[in-house]
Design a protein around this ligand. Structure first.
Ligand code: ZN
Length: 301
C-alpha cells in the first residue's frame, strides 16, 4: 500500500492509496466505512499527517476499510484518475532532521571524517516541495547546488529517549527526500565557522514524496535500492544496506536530545555521487517500493 495526498477536481485535499496498481480515494472510503459501521462521531481525514497523528495510518487500517462490503460495493466510484496533482505526503512536520555522512563513500567524496556517532542537522519545513514541482534556484545564489537522494522516514508515534529496540514502532512510514544543498554556500559558511542551516533550507530545496508507505509494505528498510538520475543519466545508485548507522540507532540518537513528534521527517543520509544541478535538469529518484520522486530545476527571476 502506498498513500499520497492529492487535489480533487473540486480543489480539495484528499488522501489516495495505490492498491494493486489502481488508485482509490481513501478519504471517501473512510467516510463510507464509518457510515456503514454507524460510528457516532466519525472523523474525516483529508491529510495524511492528521491520520498519522491520530494513529490511523497503517496498512491494516486501509485493508480493513477496503475489505468492508459497503466500501467494496462502491469501489468503482472511489477510483482516482491518473492525472491528479500529487501534493506533499506530510506538509507540516514540526521538524525535518537530516543525517550527514551516513554512507562511507559519500563522507569520503566530501573529504569528511567518518563519525563515531550519528551527525545530524535540520532543514526548515518551509523548504518542502511536492513531487513534480520545480526546484527554484534563487537568482542571487552563486555556485554549486547539489542533489542528495535519501530514504526518509516519518515518525508515527511521538517519543523521547527511544531505545533502539523500540525505534521501529515509532515509524509511520517511508518516503523519498531530495536533500538539495547550496553546496558553495555551505562550504563558505563552514569555512567561516558559521552554521550551514541556510544552505539546506532555501525554499523548494526539500522535494519529498510522492508516497508515504507504511512499514507493513517495506519488509526491510535496510535492503532497498536508491537510484537518482539527472536527465536520465545515473548519478547516485546504492543500497540502504550501506548505511553506517541504521534507522534504530538514528532514532535513538536523535530522541535522546529532542522529542520526536508524529509527522517529523528524518532523512537518513545520501550515498556517493552527489553532483551539481543546472536549470532545466530533470531529477528522478527511485527507491524500492517507494515509487519515483520527480522534480525539475529552474532559476528564479
Ligand atoms: Zn543529506
Amino acid at each position: 500500500m502506498k498513500a499520497f495526498s492529492f487535489l480533487t477536481q473540486k480543489n480539495e485535499m484528499n488522501i489516495g492509496v495505490e492498491l494493486e496498481n489502481e488508485d482509490f480515494n481513501l478519504t471517501q472510503a473512510f467516510d463510507i466505512y464509518q457510515k456503514a459501521k454507524h460510528i457516532r462521531q466519525p472523523v474525516s481525514f483529508s491529510y495524511i499527517q492528521v491520520m498519522v497523528e491520530m494513529g490511523y495510518f497503517s496498512s491494516q487500517t486501509v485493508e480493513k476499510i477496503f475489505s468492508d462490503p459497503w466500501v467494496q460495493a462502491k469501489k468503482d466510484r472511489l477510483k482516482i484518475d491518473d492525472a491528479v496533482r500529487i501534493d506533499l505526503p506530510i506538509a507540516r512536520p514540526s521538524k525535518i532532521i537530516c543525517i550527514g555522512r551516513n554512507y562511507l563513500a559519500h563522507a569520503r567524496e566530501l573529504n569528511h571524517e567518518v563519525p563515531a556517532e550519528p551527525v545530524y542537522f535540520s532543514k526548515a519545513p518551509s523548504s518542502l516541495l511536492p513531487h513534480e514541482a520545480d526546484i527554484v534556484i534563487p537568482p542571487w545564489l552563486e555556485g554549486r547546488v547539489d542533489h542528495e537522494a535519501e530514504l526518509a522516514l516519518v515518525i508515527g508515534k511521538a517519543g523521547r529517549d527511544i531505545p533502539e529496540s523500540e525505534a521501529l514502532d515509532h515509524i509511520a512510514g517511508y518516503t523519498i527526500v531530495n536533500d538539495v544543498t547550496a553546496r558553495s554556500m555551505q562550504k563558505e559558511d563552514i569555512s567561516k565557522g558559521n552554521p550551514w542551516f541556510r544552505s539546506k533550507s532555501i525554499d523548494t530545496f526539500c522535494p519529498t514524496g510522492p508516497f508515504l508507505v507504511p512499514p507493513g509494505a517495506i519488509p526491510d528498510p535496510h535492503d532497498l535500492e536508491i537510484k537518482l538520475t539527472v536527465n536520465g543519466q545515473i548519478r547516485q545508485q546504492a543500497g540502504t544496506s550501506q548505511m553506517l548507522f541504521r534507522i534504530p540507532k538514528l532514532i535513538q540518537a536523535i530522541s535522546r536530545c529532542m522529542t520526536l513528534q508524529a509527522g517529523d521527517i528524518i532523512a537518513t543520509g545520501t550515498p556517493e555521487g552527489v553532483s551539481a544541478l543546472n536549470p532545466g535538469d530533470i531529477i528522478d529518484i527511485s527507491i524500492t517500493g517507494l515509487g519515483t520522486l520527480r522534480n525539475r530545476v529552474t532559476r528564479g527571476t
